[in-house]
Design a protein around this ligand. Structure first.
Ligand SMILES: [Cu+2]
Length: 429
């Protein structure tokens, strides 16, 4: 096992061995924060001394163990004023016999920008609403109302401002073997709802038993100008992801791209599988200094983040890949909206996406550093065409617009030595 982590767990392990206690042995890999991330957390706690009278509920620590995979997530959730749902200190344990691997120091939205097609208004629903408060979703008077609204197995936690649900998802199938393999995984889902005038913003984080993290945001609610408001507008969600893979330092990020070479004549029709055709190749480019990158649909771009030393048991480098799940690309004249990905060196004061161009001004190194990734995904609420022509918004949006989502996945690579779902052989090292 070549996995190297920065956790200080060796003392616990040898003590557990000496005691021979099963109960204690189960604790030998209790969640621990790597020293460099712990120092950041201590500094952040000092900066964010609780304000007297603030309604923000305290953070809630969670350890969620998945009985089927025997993997676990440990993390802290908090519904914060201005930002909504904030995830801190997320670490993943592949099995009870391996240490937790630290993944995420702080994940939150750094802006929700809502420019209307007509040019105004242009709302910064995080930067411009410092007093935004997550909705109280339970207990809600009458006391039992939220139990009908968020029926079991959902729970309301975090001072009544976070919905939690553990559920199954279809992970894997193989009907080439007899008997067929069908595997359901398990995931824990958290969401909070940030109120911004007429809109409700749903901020959802899902943590899966295979180490994946699924993040999305949705907008819903009555339209800003009343039921028959026909003004189109965009919701640009920019996430600030302070990833501390295996600890804060020694992280590097790459832009991955697919490139298809189209210098081939069109194949005959109908085509034959053995006909030669256009070729493709995949590449990854190190992002060496702070800056921005584009998501281009033909290039399937992603951001992939590595720790310098973290490997799986096959000696392959472990990474997390930010894979966009999007329906379009919003561009406006605000400079930070001109790119989809940004990478900055960690600075606790750099928290609002609208300031991104100033955050990269120094072009600090982003190789083997403490990095923050920023990603923007947009949801388009269509309006009526120019001059009131065109099909316009759906009648189904007349009173309250149903939830429209955008988001991304954080997919681990070489975290496990093989798929945690399939009973087949292990890859050769
Ligand atoms: Cu909208």
């Amino acid at each position: 096992m070549k996995t190297i982590t920065k956790f200080i767990y060796f003392g616990f392990a040898s003590l557990a061995l000496a005691c021979g206690s099963i109960a204690f042995a189960q604790d030998q890999f209790a969640p621990l924060t790597p020293a460099d991330s712990a120092a950041k957390a201590a500094a952040a706690a000092q900066r964010e001394a609780p304000v007297v009278g603030t309604p923000t509920p305290p953070p809630v620590e969670q350890t969620v163990r998945f009985p089927r995979s025997r993997s676990a997530w440990h993390l802290t959730v908090q519904a914060k004023d201005q930002f909504g749902l904030v995830i801190t200190g997320a670490s993943f344990q592949k099995s009870p016999t391996t240490p937790f691997i630290y993944v995420l120091f702080d994940g939150r939205l750094g802006e929700i920008f809502v420019p209307y097609h007509s040019g105004s208004p242009r709302y910064g629903d995080i930067s411009g609403f410092a007093n935004g408060v997550p909705h109280q979703i339970g207990p809600y008077p009458p006391v039992t109302l939220h139990q009908d609204q968020f029926p079991a197995p959902r729970q309301i936690i975090g001072g009544g401002k976070i919905c939690k649900e553990v559920r199954d998802y279809l992970a894997y199938m193989d009907y080439t073997v007899d008997p067929p393999v069908v595997r359901y995984g398990q995931e824990v889902v958290y969401f909070s709802v940030l109120g911004a005038a007429n809109y409700q913003y749903i901020m959802e984080w899902t943590f899966r038993d295979d180490g994946a993290i699924l993040v999305r945001a949705g907008s819903t609610g009555p339209k800003n100008g009343g039921s028959d408001d026909k003004r189109g507008h965009m919701h640009d969600f920019t996430w600030r992801l302070d990833i501390d893979l295996n600890g804060a330092n020694e992280n590097s990020a790459y832009l991955t791209s697919h490139l298809e070479d189209l210098n081939f004549p069109p194949p005959p029709s109908p085509y034959n599988p053995s006909d030669p055709g256009s070729t493709g190749e995949d590449s990854m480019d190190l992002i060496s200094v702070e800056g921005s990158r584009f998501w281009r649909p033909q290039n399937f771009n992603t951001l992939e983040i590595f720790d310098r030393t973290l490997e799986n048991g096959n000696g392959r480098h472990t990474s997390y890949e930010l894979v966009p799940m999007r329906s379009g690309t919003a561009r406006h004249n605000e400079p930070y909206t001109k790119a989809d990905f940004w990478v900055t060196q960690y600075n606790p004061a750099e928290i609002l996406a609208v300031n991104l161009p100033t955050y990269i001004r120094d072009r600090q190194s982003t190789v083997d550093e403490d990095l923050v990734l920023w990603y923007t995904g947009s949801a388009h609420h269509e309006g009526t065409g120019v001059g009131g022509q065109g099909d316009g918004p759906r009648d189904e949006d007349f009173n309250t617009v149903p939830v429209l989502w955008t988001g991304f996945d954080l997919i681990p690579h070489n975290l496990f030595n093989k798929t945690p779902f399939y009973p087949g052989p292990t890859p050769s090292p």
